[in-house]
Write a protein that binds this ligand. Structure first.
Ligand SMILES: [Zn+2]
Ligand SMILES: [Zn+2]
Length: 318
């Protein structure tokens, strides 16, 4: 049976009532009427347990989650002398922890491979987990120039393994030199870059001038650096996760509708929230799902952003 016919078979063999009664029992996308892929979550996030993480994802209606590990806990300038270990000091787990959940729940969880960008053993460590089945490099969240030679080694590695690399852009803190990223997009055309975080989302606005402002409010004028990168480079994608992603949608809803429409093939849903709740105001990830549903210009675009784009990038050909 092909995947598609199997999915249809399963969908038709389940009564509507059975689906409605067991939202927490479903894991595989086959059983969900509207599957959602979350491309951005973490293990041990702010001490959230694995059981809480799994319950959180199911409560959000997420059917498949990509776990992005932290790098090695080391003290060096790129980790702020250890302050940024565990992805910005939030205690996120490393490669082994993401792999462990993915092995235990292979239908629900996939995993990434990561390490501190400029650690001499980064390439070997990341390759080891890519060989074990990791489907992305990241989350890259270290104090390095985005065009450093060590970063470039990882861009090349991503192309070699045909996996994307996810980067947290934060002015003066992580992946510096966002205004020079286009040089990397040109130099590594076979590497798919996924942009994330404050500096990425602040720069949707053409008039975003003060890069120290990380969560700008108010109306947005299209044509900012982020908008241009997405338009001009086929290998640039956007991760909708975190407070910065949600802010980009809510600060100017009219702009957001156009943005989701014009980049409908490039935007990937992610949550990146660390609450144990998974719904309502306590959960930024579920608010982002609601915002996408509200602001997507039509159902086709909504489904692309919540599911189809990530399926195409991560699950086809597996
Ligand atoms: Zn993250
Ligand atoms: Zn949440």
């Amino acid at each position: 049976m092909t995947n598609l016919s199997r999915r249809r078979f399963l969908a038709s063999s389940l009564s509507v009532g059975a689906v409605a009664l067991s939202p927490f029992a479903r894991g595989a996308d086959e059983a969900a009427p509207e599957p959602i892929i979350d491309i951005h979550q973490h293990t041990n996030y702010a001490n959230r347990t694995n059981a809480q993480l799994i319950a959180h994802q199911r409560a959000m209606g997420v059917t498949q989650t990509i776990l992005l590990p932290a790098g090695s806990a080391v003290k060096r300038p790129s980790t702020g002398d250890g302050k940024h270990n565990g992805l910005g000091g939030v205690g996120a787990g490393g490669n082994d922890t993401a792999l462990a959940i993915a092995r235990q729940f292979p239908k629900e969880f996939l995993f990434g491979a990561n390490d501190v960008t400029d650690l001499p053993e980064a390439r070997t460590e990341i390759s080891k987990y890519l060989d074990l089945g990791a489907i992305i490099i990241g989350e890259q969240k270290f104090a390095v120039e985005c065009d450093s030679k060590e970063s470039q080694m990882l861009y090349a590695l991503a192309a070699e393994y045909r996996v994307p690399i996810l980067m947290h852009f934060q002015h003066d803190t992580y992946n510096l030199g966002f205004e020079r990223l286009h040089k990397m997009l040109e130099k590594y055309p076979k590497t798919n870059f996924i942009g994330h975080a404050q500096t990425w989302w602040a720069n949707i606005d053409k008039h975003h001038a003060d890069q120290k402002v990380l969560y700008p409010k108010g109306t947005v004028t299209a044509g900012g650096l982020t908008d241009r990168y997405l338009t001009d480079y086929q290998n640039m994608f956007a991760d909708m996760s975190a407070g910065s992603g949600l802010n980009a949608l809510t600060r100017d809803e009219e702009h957001a509708r156009g943005f989701l429409d014009r980049h409908q093939n490039k935007i990937l849903y992610g949550s990146d929230c660390n609450d144990p709740v998974g719904s309502g105001t306590a959960c930024q990830g579920s608010q982002t799902i609601a915002a996408i549903r509200k602001l997507a210009p039509n159902k086709t675009v909504e489904r692309k952003i919540l599911y189809e784009n990530a399926k195409k990038m991560f699950l086809n050909n597996r």
